[in-house]
Write a protein that binds this ligand. Structure first.
Ligand SMILES: NC(=O)c1ccc[n+]([C@@H]2O[C@H](COP(=O)([O-])OP(=O)(O)OC[C@H]3O[C@@H](n4cnc5c(N)ncnc54)[C@H](OP(=O)(O)O)[C@@H]3O)[C@@H](O)[C@H]2O)c1
Length: 402
């Protein structure tokens, strides 16, 4: 791991600055005198990014959409560099060389800039779990080779990371990730099948972007998080568990071989994990979230995963066991199916069925030659993973047109 960077001079790039994580990071950073924002990047939101530029004065900005970037160009103060197009996030990092990249782009669209952050030696504060689900086999070895720290921003993984401080991996019996159960947690499987987009987006404890909110309702979010934990903490599938915990107060637990269990408790507020990752190895020097009122909370409950929840989470375990391109297939099938649901093309219950169908079709495949990018011989190479990603998206599209 690189030497910790002096907090007083820490330069931060936020990719996905217009999203839920990005906006919360900027809000927290507004009160933080020791860190400066050198770069902001997003997909489409020119107006919001222009406002963020006026407030935070980054050295450079980027938008993945060329068209949106043209709209932004007219609103930029003199001296702010603008990058646009599919490579904009990577160019932003190369141009500004941040100490820390907060990777908060949604989906596998964040993968290339995750790799660029590692390549440039920036500490990676990683919210974008899809980078690891798709290509943990590439990202983690690259980070180790470059001596780059990968700090989890996902609340469960930030919790595990904190419980593991000072611990030896050999002493860990298992890690336990909690799930609120998402927006439809009180519905039986047959009722959830028919849930509307509005109902599925109505998360009981967290306010997040649309994709992760739907992932929380299907529990595919936990399937992705199991894989994320596997890569971040180098743990096999059988030592990562998931339990339903409706209060979303305990985010994760680590059980040691001696039977001791450490739990990470915090209000369901992403500013906590964001601030921790940006301040690491220190703790944030000021109050970040409101103190928790334990008597008001009353009790903490835990339940097993059953029915559709068990089906979703099993896909995560299966992807780890299969290895190779399985994570990339699972992630891409999920992204494409969620998009189809948000666009009103499929019912809620069909999200999981479509993913399972594509995941089954990929079983045993090491290469995915019917896509534009040709795979290399090694199954874990980036080009194979990208091919697997493209293949799964194409398969979902084909299933949708049937
Ligand atoms: N929200 C949470 O509480 C939470 C918690 C844990 C983990 N995460 C993870 O954090 C990531 C972000 O989640 P979110 O909830 O913040 O999502 P979100 O609100 O949908 O925001 C996504 C961000 O990504 C940007 N983006 C989309 N496509 C892009 C592209 N091709 N290039 C550059 N930027 C692009 C969007 O820009 P435009 O909007 O301008 O298009 C937006 O800034 C996800 O991986 C999610 O799983 C989120």
């Amino acid at each position: 791991m690189n030497q910790p960077i002096d907090v007083m001079s820490r330069r931060i790039a936020i990719l996905g600055s217009t999203g839920s994580i990005g906006r919360q990071a900027l809000e927290w950073l507004s009160g933080e005198s020791g860190m400066s924002i050198c770069a902001l990047g997003a997909g489409n939101s020119a107006e919001l990014l222009a406002r963020q530029v006026r407030e935070h004065r980054p050295q450079a900005v980027g938008l993945a959409s060329e068209q949106a970037a043209e709209a932004l160009r007219e609103q930029l103060p003199d001296g702010v560099e603008l990058f646009s197009g599919p490579g904009a996030m990577c160019q932003l990092i190369r141009h500004t060389r941040p100490d820390v990249v907060l990777q908060a782009v949604v989906g596998a669209a964040g993968l290339q800039s995750t790799l660029t952050a590692v390549e440039c030696g920036s500490t990676l504060a990683l919210a974008n779990k899809e980078s690891l689900v798709c290509a943990g086999a590439v990202v983690m070895p690259a980070a180790r080779r470059a001596g780059v720290a990968v700090l989890p921003v996902d609340s469960e993984h930030a919790g595990i990371f904190q419980c593991l401080q000072g611990a030896e991996k050999k002493d860990v019996r298992r890690v336990i990730i909690t799930s609120s159960g998402g927006a439809l947690r009180n519905l039986a499987d047959e009722q959830a099948e028919k849930a509307t987009v509005e109902e599925a987006l109505n998360h009981p404890t967290w306010t997040m972007g649309k994709k992760i909110t739907i992932d929380s309702a299907t529990l595919m979010n936990k399937a992705l998080e199991i894989i994320e934990a596997h890569w971040l903490f180098d743990l096999p599938a059988e030592r990562i568990e998931v339990v339903l915990h409706p209060q979303s107060v305990i985010h994760a637990m680590v059980e040691f071989r001696d039977g001791s269990m450490l739990a990470h408790l915090a209000s369901p507020d992403m500013k906590g994990p964001i601030a921790y990752a940006l301040s690491y190895p220190d703790r944030p020097g000021r109050e970040t979230t409101a103190p928790m009122d334990l008597p008001a909370l009353g009790r903490l409950e835990f339940q097993p995963l059953t029915g559709r929840f068990g089906r979703a989470v099993n896909l995560g375990y299966e992807a780890i066991r299969r290895g190779g391109p399985a994570g990339a297939v699972l992630n891409a099938a999920n992204e494409a199916a969620v998009e189809a649901f948000l666009q009103g093309k499929i019912r809620f219950g069909e999200i999981l069925t479509l993913i399972e169908t594509v995941f089954r079709q990929a079983e045993g495949r090491e290469s995915f030659p019917d896509t534009a990018s040709q795979p290399n011989e090694e199954s874990d190479t980036l080009s194979t993973l990208l091919s697997a990603d493209a293949w799964a998206r194409k398969k979902i599209k084909q299933l949708l047109t049937k």
